[in-house]
Design a protein around this ligand. Structure first.
Ligand SMILES: NC(=O)c1ccc[n+]([C@@H]2O[C@H](COP(=O)([O-])OP(=O)(O)OC[C@H]3O[C@@H](n4cnc5c(N)ncnc54)[C@H](OP(=O)(O)O)[C@@H]3O)[C@@H](O)[C@H]2O)c1
Length: 264
């Protein structure tokens, strides 16, 4: 399959203000893509947009939005695509929470579902309705290695990412041969703002550890190759294979032992 056509086209990257989303934005700009950067922190996005535009000579636009709010995804899509054809959607914004299910605030878990699932679904729906008639485009959904099995102490987060993985794989099949590529990326431990929000920690010595830029390089190589899913890092790929092949009760029990003491 031919490399994804990046140059002079527009990408919408959600969660672009830091971490994996910022790495996506910088890597796409290096490939000549114009960028709509979306997250809540308008100031961070404006500074990043100016930096990227001057470093790579691409056009940038900022859409500040809380994608967890009802109607926010549709509004963000409308603002992003006003006067621009979005050719690549990177559905990256998301967060996790670590802790025992009944002890984590119910409303925060609802916000997680709204951002990690509902906003991803709505943006993918809007993007596909624009891209399918053109027979051209791509959607990258960011899941996680926790999508492959239940994860005690991150129960709701893992469930949201299982939703993203399942939705992405079904959409990839529905859109096979349409000209629209659908890719699900499942990162393992990656240093970013994620750990502070989730209440976890990450160390370079941790198995599967990768920097955000390494995650993104592998994701874009997979998009270029026309793949529908990629798990960056050999250790992380092995974890997802075990998650699929071993009995669910066994992998869930192993995950509980690995996670219950992993709080920051
Ligand atoms: N880091 C990891 O170990 C890891 C592993 C597997 C998967 N992932 C996934 O990777 C994706 C990116 O996470 P990250 O690791 O890069 O974390 P991060 O550094 O915390 O970045 C999260 C991004 O999402 C934005 N965001 C958060 N809430 C938002 C909201 N309500 N509306 C709009 N934007 C919002 C944040 O910006 P604002 O605060 O400015 O809104 C930020 O740009 C997530 O989907 C995460 O689940 C991460």
């Amino acid at each position: 399959m031919a490399q994804f056509p990046y140059r002079d086209r527009w990408a919408l990257v959600t969660g672009a203000s830091m971490g994996i989303g910022e790495a996506f934005a910088r890597a796409l700009a290096e490939r000549g893509m114009n960028l709509v950067l979306c997250a809540r922190s308008a100031d961070r996005l404006q500074a990043l947009a100016a930096d990227i535009a001057s470093a790579h000579g691409v056009r940038t636009h900022v859409v500040a939005a809380d994608l967890g709010q009802p109607g926010a995804a549709a509004d963000a899509w409308a603002r992003a695509s006003d006067g621009r054809d979005i050719h690549l959607l990177v559905n990256n914004a998301g967060f996790g929470l670590h802790g025992r299910f009944e002890q984590l605030p119910r409303d925060r878990q609802g916000e997680m579902i709204a951002l990690n699932c509902t906003a991803v679904l709505e943006l993918a729906h809007l993007a596909l309705n624009a891209m399918r008639p053109r027979g051209d485009g791509g959607i990258i959904n960011v899941a996680s290695i926790v999508a492959y099995q239940p994860v005690p102490w991150m129960a709701t987060y893992a469930a949201t990412k299982a939703f993203v993985l399942s939705l992405s794989q079904a959409l990839a099949e529905e859109n096979r041969g349409s000209g629209v590529r659908i890719l699900c990326v499942s990162p393992g431990p990656t240093p970013s703002g994620f750990q502070a929000t989730a209440g976890t920690s990450v160390e370079p010595s941790q198995p599967g550890y990768l920097e955000p830029r390494a995650v993104v390089d592998r994701a874009l190589a997979a998009l270029d190759g026309g793949r529908t899913q990629v798990t960056p890092g050999a250790v992380n790929r092995v974890a997802t294979v075990f998650g699929r092949l071993l009995p669910m009760g066994l992998t869930t029990s192993i995950a509980r032992r690995m996670n219950e003491h992993r709080g920051a």
